[in-house]
Design a binder for this molecule. Structure first.
Ligand SMILES: [Zn+2]
Length: 156
């Protein structure tokens, strides 16, 4: 047994602080359950408590320890059984193409600006891109981008 050299006093409620150095090196976080063992008359051992129940079904029967986890026999069988029905992967709430939040809003804005541009072109048929940009209060690059969209839209 290694002596850490650390001494802590019990407080008025009988509590003791586990030194941060020990918590960090032993991977003990605030709220983790701690087990007590009595080694002999004078020695009490503390250990981070790991439940021996099955990680998956909480069963305590025929539990095997594997890579920091406890797995019961029946769950283990299910895991290795190639015929078992695979669980439906959790469906994402958003459709796949909507990867960025706010892209719907952006798309709606583009739609709005496109129709405003179409209107501006109708009202000022001889206006160039620079003038259209000034009318709509957007950049020339945006005008040409939107124009491309109009062309694409009228083709289809
Ligand atoms: Zn199980």
């Amino acid at each position: 047994m290694k002596d850490t050299g650390m001494i802590r006093s019990l407080d008025s409620l009988g509590r003791i602080v586990v030194p941060v150095e020990i918590r960090m090196t032993r991977n003990i976080d605030i709220g983790d359950p701690i087990e007590f063992f009595i080694l002999d008359e004078n020695i009490i051992v503390l250990r981070k408590y790991t439940s021996t129940e099955c990680t998956f079904c909480r069963s305590l029967d025929h539990v095997t320890y594997y890579k920091d986890q406890f797995i019961c026999n029946s769950c283990l069988k299910e895991l290795v059984d190639p015929d078992r029905v695979p669980e439906e992967p959790q469906r994402r709430q958003e459709p796949a193409e909507e990867t960025e939040p706010g892209s719907t809003v952006r798309r709606a804005k583009t739609e709005e600006m496109r129709s405003r541009l179409e209107q501006a072109i109708e009202d000022h048929p001889y206006a160039n891109q620079k003038e259209l940009a000034a009318i709509l209060g957007i950049s020339q690059a945006r005008v040409s981008q939107l124009k491309r969209k109009i062309v694409t839209a009228s083709k289809s």
